[in-house]
Ligand binder design. Sequence first.
Ligand code: ZN
Length: 89
Amino acid sequence: MSYCSNCGAKREFEEKVCSLCGNVFSEEQPIIDKDARIRELEQKLAHLEQNIIKDTPKKVEKISPWIFITPLAFMIIFLGFFFLIILVR
Ligand SMILES: [Zn+2]
């Protein structure tokens, strides 16, 4: 919804001439298009920001199991050799 720059009356989007004072709305159209474009870009930015927020924990989740698995594997191998040496003797 925009307003007449001459008399301030509410203007419907399809109206090309003000119903109150007869002012022609030729200059206002690009401003409305710019606003729509800005809103569109803001929505895209918000969507991208949400994707970044979603992606960040996934990377942490991928790394975290190996932080636990790797030392455990070394512990099991070390203890395996330790008990083998004791059993052989
Ligand atoms: Zn008007």
